[in-house]
Design a binder for this molecule. Structure first.
Ligand code: PLP
Length: 402
């Protein structure tokens, strides 16, 4: 049994400055607690960081993903190819619209979509028949249109994820997508500020999404941001986040079935203040990651994450190590917990989450690379405000636990 002792170092901490607090406080003294000036400021700042035409603030990354799925027109029975090695929201947004997520396994080095398999999957799914069948879940739901006729799932979009703050191989993703005219939604919720061949994460796809939960690179408490250069998508998502009010609608007119996915002004003020410090926040995280990498180099049984050459800037979201083959990860995690060092298995594969197994009949072995990374990944305590002595303490505890 794990002994529950209070952690000597937190799993993650936000980095909040006096100026951030003042920005939030200033909002409370006005009458604009929602739909005020801070939303524009925050959106403009993210537009600049990502070099995008439109930025649309929402109240979570998940809400952003959902609006992106709606904007590109994903409907019941449509297939979206995505990765099983991610936080569940990237797949859930597809399921919200009763569409069919189809998984492609990941690259063992980065944990991002394996683009060779992606190319095969796209070709096979578009060819249909037996070739398509092998990419589909063994338990395939049946889909019917409003008139009751059966719909046969068709490939409509790609949804890569920039896992741990390292961008997916977007050149290949985009070339496959352009060849077959498939929209790309880039889940960059873990990668604000990352660069792929000097292009910002979230810039290359038709739509990019960021998230601002307290463990992310910048935080608004809860919050998210969608970026795009496409005017039609932007107008659609602006309407949908605001209860379906189209341009020209008044408060009680709703052209579309929408949601309340708006970000409030206190959160937007915190975001606008945080994003001004993005460079220093990322640099602080890079320093902590470098410290870890240096200390862990001398510890056998642990493999740090590889940053590949196409990642011209890593935006460290979490610091995940892999225990070597044959090391009992849960035993290591228990020993660390007993020393007050919290660690998390990272990620539990999406296809093996109970609701996915129930709906689609997935089994262990279906996506072996994802499962291997999931079995061996341990997220260590990590944030930009971690001190050098805390990093050393975690590494020492890790050495002893192995
Ligand atoms: C954090 C995250 C999200 C969005 O999370 P919210 O909690 O809804 O803001 C989406 N996808 C990935 C990969 C994430 O890490």
């Amino acid at each position: 049994m794990t002994k529950h002792i209070s952690p000597v170092v937190p799993m993650s901490s936000p980095d909040i400055s006096e100026e951030d607090r003042e920005a939030v406080n200033s909002v409370i003294h006005t009458t604009y607690l929602s739909m005020g000036p801070w939303i524009d400021r925050f959106e403009n700042a993210i537009r600049a960081v990502t070099m995008r035409k439109h930025a649309i603030a929402v109240n979570s990354g998940t809400a952003g993903l959902h609006l992106a799925i709606r904007a590109v027109g994903i409907q019941r029975g449509d297939i979206v190819i995505t990765t099983p090695f991610s936080f569940v929201a990237s797949t859930n947004a597809i399921l919200f619209e009763n569409a069919l997520p189809v998984f492609v396994d990941v690259d063992p080095v980065t944990g991002n979509l394996d683009v060779e398999q992606l190319k095969m999957a796209v070709n096979d799914l578009l060819a249909g028949g037996e070739r398509a069948r092998k990419w589909l879940p063994r338990k395939l739901p049946r889909y019917f249109d409003d008139a009751g006729s059966e719909i046969f799932p068709r490939l409509k979009a790609l949804l890569p994820v920039d896992v741990f703050g390292q961008p997916a191989d977007m050149d290949t993703v985009m070339s496959v997508a352009r060849e077959y005219n498939l929209p790309v939604i880039e889940d960059s919720c873990e990668a604000l500020g990352a660069m792929y061949k000097n292009i910002p994460a979230g810039k290359q796809g038709d739509i990019g999404i960021f998230a601002f939960y307290p463990n992310k690179q910048i935080t608004t408490g809860e919050g998210g941001m969608i970026v795009t250069d496409n005017d039609d998508y932007a107008a659609c998502m602006q309407a949908l986040r605001n209860q379906g009010r189209a341009p020209g609608d008044n408060w009680l007119q709703h052209t579309l079935l929408g949601y309340n996915y708006r970000l409030d002004e206190m959160s937007a003020a915190l975001g606008a203040s945080q994003v001004k410090r993005l460079e220093s926040l990322l640099a602080a995280r890079q320093n902590v990651a470098d410290l870890y990498t240096r200390h862990l180099a001398n510890i056998p049984g642990i493999e740090p994450l590889t940053v590949v050459p196409s990642t011209t800037r890593m935006s460290w979201f979490v610091y995940v190590v892999r225990v070597s083959q044959g090391v009992d990860r849960m035993k290591v995690a228990d020993r660390l917990a007993a020393k007050g060092v919290p660690v998390r298995p990272y990620f539990l594969p999406i296809h093996l989450q109970p609701y996915m197994v129930e709906r689609f009949g997935y089994r262990p072995g279906d996506y072996p690379i994802t499962e291997d990374l999931g079995d061996r990944g341990l997220a260590l305590p990590f944030s930009g405000v971690m001190r050098a002595d805390q990093v050393e303490m975690v590494c020492e505890a890790l050495r002893e636990s192995l």
